[in-house]
Ligand binder design. Structure first.
Ligand SMILES: *Cc1c(COP(=O)(O)O)cnc(C)c1O
Length: 382
């Protein structure tokens, strides 16, 4: 696999800018395609994590469709991706359901109440309807990313199935993982089967959700293939996977610039990248983003705090050290910034949104596919 040409990307990209390398996207798709072909699974792109629709035609050549979390995501998938659109929400309004009926192929409800309330709308509509279940099996990640955490609203627990009608229900869905390798899925699938396996013979499909880091080094692809085949063969169901991150993993960077360097008990480099606006998971998850040519604080001679331009005191991305001193005007490139970034951007403080670009490693060409202006900020307010 060819390394990401960060120097070249940084020399061509405007600032700030998300740049997605199509070579890396194709590498991820090749892995996912192998899983589909060997296992018979259908893989969908979870748009929640990555909705860069200018690359949808490439992704759509391999994957079967998208998963959507709202009527707008469903519509985007229908307009720009094609294929199957699978829509789930923790709760739908009646208007949501009417919209989703126009754009989706699968509709997944999160309660028996919503299933029945909207039955007159979905019955006979041609959509395949399913239920999201909660296998009540946690794989030990942070509570805000754990749909099986106590008091979770996501998924119907087994006890609630007692005495309920499954008439018209064609599939079951669970989504409980986050950035995980195969073993947590294997354990979750076992817990799921113990609780809900008795319903599978009358289902047409089973959706194993997202959170599978299928394209990460070390993922047990053979294990996944066997697991999918097991459910397909034992129960005669179609099996879907709907990862978001796995499609975009390692494909994109966020390239910015050092605007100033100030001193307060150490050097602080102020960037045109705000973690609050442009990489909010740094604060929310929280996590430390990988930085090109950046080392842990104190490891190399020159240590800096990298921080954003906003008024939020906590708009601090983190502390890194460098072999050489940073200079005002130089490029700074955060790695692995394609997923859960563009989709979560805000214009807090009126800070400029990064442009979005595509890099073709073979031709060395960088194409800016979107840049934002003052109007984008103004039009979200009134
Ligand atoms: C978030 C989510 C996904 C995608 O998760 P990734 O971690 O990006 O793979 C898939 N399905 C549902 C229901 C989700 O909420």
């Amino acid at each position: 696999m060819a390394p990401l040409d960060v120097e070249k990307i940084a020399s061509l990209a405007p600032s700030p800018c998300y740049v997605v390398d199509m070579g890396k996207v194709r590498e991820n798709l090749a892995i996912l395609d192998g899983v589909q072909k060997r296992s018979g699974a259908k893989i969908l792109l979870a748009q929640k994590g990555f909705s860069m629709w200018s690359v949808y035609p490439t992704v759509a050549a391999t994957l079967h469709g998208v998963c959507a979390s709202s009527p707008w995501e469903a519509r985007l998938g229908r307009e720009e991706f094609g294929g199957e659109v699978h829509t789930f929400a923790a709760a739908f309004s009646e208007n949501d359901v009417r919209e989703v009926l126009k754009t989706s192929n699968h509709l997944v409800f999160n309660s028996f109440y919503q299933l029945e309330k909207f039955r007159p709308l979905w019955e006979g509509s041609g959509l395949s309807v399913g239920l999201r279940v909660n296998p009540e099996h946690s794989e030990g990640h942070t509570a805000i990313y754990d749909p099986c955490a106590p008091k979770s609203r996501l998924g119907i627990r087994r006890a609630e199935f007692e005495g309920k009608s499954l008439a018209g229900v064609e599939g079951l869905h669970f989504h409980t993982l986050c950035e995980q390798l195969f073993e947590p899925l294997a354990r979750t699938a076992k817990a799921f089967e113990e609780k809900f396996g008795e319903f599978l013979p009358r289902m047409k499909w089973l959706n194993l959700g997202g959170g599978h880091h299928i394209t990460r080094e070390g993922y047990d692809l053979d294990g996944l293939v066997e697991l999918v085949k097991y459910f397909r063969e034992k129960y005669g169901v179609e099996v879907y996977l709907e990862p978001g991150e796995a499609i975009a993993l390692g494909t994109g960077v966020l390239a910015g610039t050092v605007l100033d360097i100030v001193e307060n008990d150490g050097k602080i480099a102020i960037l045109d990248i705000s973690c609050s606006c442009h990489m909010p998971d740094v604060l929310e998850m929280p996590y430390r983003p990988p930085l090109y040519k950046g080392f842990d604080a104190g490891e190399k001679e020159f240590t800096y705090r990298l921080a954003g331009p906003s008024c939020l005191a906590g708009d601090v991305i983190g502390d890194w050290s460098f072999v050489e001193e940073l200079k005002i005007g130089q490029r700074i490139v955060f790695l692995d910034q394609a997923h859960y970034t563009m989709v979560k951007n805000t214009t807090f403080n009126g800070i400029q949104l990064p442009s979005i670009a595509i890099f073709e490693p073979e031709s060395g060409e960088l194409k800016v596919v979107r840049s934002f202006s003052y109007e984008d900020f103004k039009n979200r307010l009134s």
